[in-house]
Design a protein around this ligand. Structure first.
Ligand SMILES: Cc1cc2nc3c(=O)[nH]c(=O)nc-3n(C[C@H](O)[C@H](O)[C@H](O)COP(=O)(O)OP(=O)(O)OC[C@H]3O[C@@H](n4cnc5c(N)ncnc54)[C@H](O)[C@@H]3O)c2cc1C
Length: 289
C-alpha cells in the first residue's frame, strides 16, 4: 500500500446534503471508518451556491452586479428558467428563446406569457462564435437546424443528474432519470455501490437529500440482508393519467392522477400499497394504464 492509499469501511463521494447525511448516519450507526471525498474546496454541495436570502426561501438574488450580454438563450423549461428570463429582462437583456428537449413543462394555459418563446423537443447541438459566443445552434424535432443569434446562454437545469462518475464506473443508469438505476434500499446495480440525493432525482429539497443519505446507513451495513426491497422500474415518460403499480402480475395500486406526471420531475406515490408488495417477489412496475 502506498502512502496515499488507505482502507476505509465506507467511502462517500460528495459532501453535499446527501453525502454528509450518509456519513453522519453511518457514523451514528457504528461504522468506524467513513471517509467523505469532495472535489470542491468546501463541503456543502449546491446549497452553498444558492444566493437565497436563507436557504429555503424562494427569493431570487437577481443579476445585480453581474455583467451579462444583450441577447440571451435560456436552456431549460423548469421554473428556474422562467425566473432566469424575468431576471435577465430586469437586467435589460433580450431573451430570444427558452429551449428544451422535452414537451412543455407547464400546460400552455399556465405558462407565464412573459417567459419568452419556448422551443420544445429541441436539442442544443452547438455553441458558435470565436472568442465570444455568437449563437446557439439547435436541432428541432423534424431534423431542421437553426442558429439563434445571441451573446449569452444560460443553462437552467432540465435536471440531468451529476452522473459522470457513475457513467465512468459502468454503473447502469435509469433511462428515465439518467441517474443510476436503484432499488428502494438505494442499491445500484453495481454491487457495493449505493446512491442518494440529486444523483437519483431532482427538484427535491436539501432536507430530502440529507434524509436519503441518512437512510443509507442500514442497507449499507446489511447489503445482503434478508429484507431485500423489490426493484422498482419506472417508464421514462408518463403521459397518461392513470397510474398502476403491479408486482408479478398482481395489481397493488391504481389511481387516476389529478395532474400530468412529467419526465425529470419526482412523483410521490402514497405508501399505502407497500404492505401488499412482496419484499422477496419480482420487480415492482409502475406504469400508465
Ligand atoms: C438553483 C437551485 C435552488 C435550490 N433551492 C433550494 C431551496 O431553496 N431549498 C432546498 O431545500 N433545496 C433547494 N435546492 C435543492 C438542493 O440544492 C438539493 O436538493 C441538494 O443540494 C441535493 O443534495 P445532494 O447532496 O444530493 O447534491 P449536491 O448538493 O449537488 O452535492 C453533491 C456534492 O458532490 C460533489 N461531487 C459530485 N461528484 C463528485 C465526484 N466525482 N468527486 C467528488 N465530489 C463530487 C459535488 O461537488 C457536490 O459538492 C435548490 C437547487 C438548485 C439547483
Amino acid at each position: 500500500m502506498t502512502r496515499r492509499e488507505r482502507t476505509v469501511d465506507v467511502l462517500v463521494v460528495g459532501a453535499g446534503p446527501a453525502g454528509l447525511g450518509a456519513a453522519a448516519g453511518l457514523a451514528a450507526s457504528g461504522v468506524r471508518h467513513v471517509e467523505v471525498l469532495e472535489r470542491e474546496q468546501t463541503a456543502g454541495g449546491i446549497p452553498r451556491h444558492c444566493h437565497h436570502a436563507g436557504f429555503g426561501s424562494s427569493r431570487p438574488s437577481g443579476a445585480s452586479g453581474v455583467i451579462v450580454g444583450t441577447r440571451a438563450v435560456i436552456v431549460g423549461d423548469e421554473p428556474v428558467s422562467i425566473a432566469a428570463a424575468a431576471t435577465l429582462r430586469t437586467a435589460g437583456v433580450e431573451v430570444v428563446a427558452r429551449v428544451t428537449e422535452r414537451p412543455p413543462a407547464l400546460p400552455a394555459s399556465l405558462a407565464p406569457r412573459h417567459a419568452a418563446p419556448l422551443l420544445t423537443r429541441t436539442t442544443v447541438t452547438a455553441l458558435t462564435g470565436r472568442g465570444r459566443l455568437a449563437g446557439v445552434t439547435v436541432r428541432h424535432r423534424d431534423g431542421r437546424t437553426t442558429t439563434l443569434p445571441c451573446d449569452t446562454v444560460v443553462f437552467t437545469g432540465d435536471w440531468i443528474p451529476d452522473h459522470e462518475l457513475a457513467r465512468r464506473g459502468d454503473v447502469p443508469l435509469d433511462p428515465g432519470t439518467r441517474g443510476p438505476a436503484y432499488d428502494a434500499a438505494y442499491r445500484t446495480h453495481a454491487p457495493g455501490v449505493f446512491a442518494a440525493g440529486n444523483l437519483l432525482h431532482a427538484v427535491e429539497s436539501a432536507g430530502t437529500a440529507a434524509a436519503e443519505g441518512r437512510a443509507l446507513a442500514a442497507p449499507v451495513r446489511r447489503p445482503d440482508g434478508a429484507q431485500k426491497s423489490p426493484t422498482v422500474e419506472l417508464p421514462p415518460v408518463l403521459t397518461d393519467h392513470e397510474l398502476v403499480v403491479r408486482q408479478d402480475g398482481r395489481e397493488l395500486y391504481r389511481r387516476r392522477l389529478l395532474r400530468p406526471v412529467r419526465p425529470g420531475r419526482p412523483f410521490h406515490l402514497p405508501a399505502d400499497w407497500l404492505g401488499r408488495a412482496d419484499p422477496h417477489g419480482g420487480t415492482v412496475c409502475v406504469s400508465a394504464g
